[in-house]
Design a protein around this ligand. Structure first.
Ligand SMILES: Nc1ncnc2c1ncn2[C@@H]1O[C@H](COP(=O)(O)OP(=O)(O)OP(=O)(O)O)[C@@H](O)[C@H]1O
Length: 260
């Protein structure tokens, strides 16, 4: 079942075609890579998928895996795409730096709040029960990603690798079923990258996630992705398994130049 269907998607900035007639299909539970040289249009696609940009043309269809209903999400605001089960991380980490690790996750859960302002002010039973569930869910995710003992630390005080993990944990905490990871391994050393690979695979299984990631670390991409789309100058030039992509002439040329 295709959980995400991108059809003929284009985005122009003035005269620049950043994304041009892109088609992508993602099956439920897949782990997909989106790669390409600098400026190929990868982040623009993420921004279109998460409602940061409105497409110039084309369709983005998301299937609700529980009801089976499809909805068009092109142009919907990020807080709405999020309520449909989409979440993301960013190339440059964007945490609530002055909040604790635990509160970063609690905030991510707020759209699932089941109590009203009155309940929050008077700390009613509904409030306490809902907050207890949030706490337990947040701690379960923190435990899974290995940050449970850091729950009271300020996000800003975590080492870089753990901030990256926290950002992914926060994306999971929103309850999303489709997660976009923008260069999750950026700035990591090989052992941190390997740890991250295992973590993403484990999270995917445990929380039944569909994952689409952008990454420049080719070893990481080839090891973790089941299928890869390659972008160059805003268009998809290849799609296939890591093995197929590694041996694709157009991809080699896009990365290494015509002489390759
Ligand atoms: N808001 C914007 N306004 C104008 N041009 C933009 C905007 N966002 C992206 N672009 C341009 O669109 C093209 C694609 O950029 P994009 O950031 O999507 O590439 P990318 O593949 O993610 O690159 P990188 O790997 O370097 O992050 C680039 O030429 C970029 O300069």
């Amino acid at each position: 079942m295709a959980i995400l269907k991108i059809e003929d998607l284009s985005k122009s900035f003035g005269g620049l075609k950043a994304v041009s007639h892109v088609n992508i299909n993602v099956e439920k539970g897949e782990l997909i890579g989106l790669i390409g040289p600098n400026g190929a249009g990868k982040t623009t696609i993420f921004n279109l998928l998460t409602g940061v940009y409105v497409p110039t043309s084309g369709k983005i269809e998301l299937k609700n895996d529980k009801t089976g209903d499809s909805i068009l999400i092109n142009g919907l605001k990020p807080y709405i795409t999020s309520s449909f089960g989409i979440s993301r991380t960013f190339q440059n980490i964007r945490l609530f730096r002055d909040l604790s690790v635990l509160d970063n996750l609690r905030i991510a859960m707020h759209k699932r709040v089941k109590y009203n302002v009155f309940s929050a002010i008077f700390r009613t039973k509904a409030y306490r029960e809902c907050e207890k569930i949030f706490y337990e869910n947040a701690m379960a995710i923190l435990d899974f990603v290995g940050l449970a003992d850091k729950r009271d630390e300020l996000a800003d005080n975590l080492p870089y690798g753990e901030q990256r993990k926290l950002e992914i944990a926060r994306a999971v905490a929103t309850g999303a079923s489709v997660i976009f990871l923008d260069e999750p391994a950026a700035g990591m050393n090989p052992s941190e990258t390997e740890e991250l690979r295992v973590l993403i695979e484990d999270l995917r299984k445990k929380y039944e996630l569909t994952v689409i990631l952008i990454e420049h670390d080719m070893k990481f991409v080839m090891e973790i992705c089941e299928r890869i789309y390659v972008l160059d100058f805003g268009t998809i030039i290849a799609e296939g398994t890591p093995e197929e992509i590694k041996n694709n002439d157009r991809v080699i040329k896009a990365y290494l130049g015509e002489e390759a």
